[in-house]
Design a protein around this ligand. Structure first.
Ligand SMILES: [Zn+2]
Length: 200
């Protein structure tokens, strides 16, 4: 992950990421591509929010990496909610291109597993990805993740299935609606309607 993204995590989530001055501590590893930045940012937003609201052991990330084509977030501390949240992030990484952050799937190429969108399935550098550091506004993707986890009573696997399978009301998966079309609020609204029995 590029330095600018690592610096973002260090600055915005100083309790989660060990830092050394303004940079991630040298012993800490961010061993994945930029495409999962938004997923990680949303997850960290929710970890930080939970920590501020609850009395749970501080969450300290020890390693963030790609393994077998999907995300691994290793950490100390936390509680059951934090565990479910990180499980959900790891499940969702199976459907997010690790190069550009658009919807993708885990593919095998030359015996390596990678999660890629169609554009980056063969060549990760072409077309060039345009992942950018967000402005100061909180992550809207975090709202989607939190709402889905709540809808499924913290069952991360069920929440991931719902987010990644085609939804009748959206004509695509809620995850695609959010990260590809940018309609985060529409997905949160849909979850609210389901919570209130309007339809599933
Ligand atoms: Zn891609």
């Amino acid at each position: 992950m590029d330095q600018v993204f690592e610096n973002h995590f260090c600055t915005r989530y100083p309790e989660i990421f060990p830092s050394s001055g303004n940079e991630i501590a040298p012993y800490f590893g961010f061993e994945c591509r930029n495409g999962w930045f938004e997923l990680l940012d949303a997850t960290c937003t929710l970890i930080q929010k939970h920590q501020q609201e609850q009395l749970c052991a501080p969450v300290i990330a020890t390693q963030v990496k790609e393994k077998f084509g999907t995300l691994r977030f290793y950490y100390r501390g936390g509680d059951d909610y934090i565990g479910r949240l990180i499980d959900l992030a790891e499940y969702l990484s199976d459907s997010i291109c690790d190069v550009c952050g658009k919807p993708g799937q885990t593919l095998e190429r030359n015996k390596w597993l990678r999660t890629r969108c169609p554009s980056h399935a063969v060549e990760p550098g072409n077309p060039a990805a345009t992942v950018s550091v967000p402005t100061e506004s909180p992550s809207q993707f975090a709202d989607v993740i939190a709402a889905a986890l709540h809808l499924f009573d913290l069952d991360a696997a069920a929440a991931a299935r719902w987010l990644t399978n085609t939804n009748r009301a959206l004509s695509q998966s809620p995850l695609s609606e959010a990260i590809s079309a940018g309609n985060y609020q529409q997905v949160v609204t849909l979850i609210g309607q389901i919570e209130h029995g309007v339809g599933r």
